[in-house]
Design a protein around this ligand. Structure first.
Ligand code: CA
Length: 226
């Protein structure tokens, strides 16, 4: 599940990102209201966690614009003000849920998950490439009907790659979506994980599915590298 968090307070954004990523969600963070609609045009997500108090354009106004443009992505509004009137205003603007600050992370996660469930038809829970299958709800991976054990991070990486089947994924994109880094930590962590993943999903099989594209990144597709 892909979640967009819009929050200008660095600390809150960081711990929300960490908590959601820890649940296996792909998380993107924006810090200004006016960035939301352009971002969603090119990156459809399953749930938006939207703070009300934002620079450039406030959350309620973003939400109204979003709904006016017939975007129905579920939105969880965050507000420092927890009064009944604000809640009603938020729901009127088109929010699907509302969470006053300060909130507990477990409550946030539960609500995001509930909203994401409604959006599930957009993202099939099971992915298939040749004889490799991945099921995001049961968190199982099989190749040729044989179950493959993956760590949480390896699973997230494979899920991201399989959702992007046929598209080249650059290291920076992978770092952002799987590790939640918006910067390059200057390590070869992606390559290390790719090697591990390849050992587990490709090494024992005649057809390779995970390919390195020199100087660009990685791609999953069903064909042998020439
Ligand atoms: Ca804020």
């Amino acid at each position: 599940m892909h979640v967009l968090v819009v929050e200008d307070e660095k600390k809150t954004a960081a711990f929300v990102r960490k908590a959601l990523a820890g649940e296996g969600f792909l998380v993107d963070v924006l810090t200004q209201g006016d960035q939301v609609i352009p971002f969603l045009r090119t990156h459809p997500v399953d749930v938006v966690v939207l703070d009300i108090m934002l620079p450039k354009q406030d959350g309620l106004s973003v939400l109204r614009d979003l709904r006016r443009g017939r975007n129905t992505t579920p939105v969880l509004l965050l507000s420092a003000r927890g009064g009944m009137e604000d809640r009603v205003e938020g729901l009127d603007a088109g929010a699907d849920d509302y969470l006053p600050k300060p909130f507990g992370l477990s409550e946030l996660i539960a609500r995001v998950r509930a909203l994401g469930r409604r959006a599930i038809p957009q993202q099939p829970p099971s992915l298939q490439l040749a004889d490799l299958s991945l099921h995001s709800i049961t968190r199982t991976v099989r190749r040729n009907n044989k179950e493959i054990e993956l760590s949480t991070r390896e699973f997230q990486l494979l899920e991201f790659l399989m959702r992007s089947t046929g598209r080249i994924c650059e290291r920076t994109t992978i770092l952002q979506h799987v590790w939640g880094y918006s910067f390059d930590p200057g390590t070869n962590i992606v390559d290390v994980y790719m090697r591990r993943l390849r050992d587990k999903i490709d090494a024992d099989f005649p057809v390779r599915l995970l390919h390195t594209v020199r100087g660009m990144g990685y791609v999953m597709r069903e064909e042998s590298t020439p």
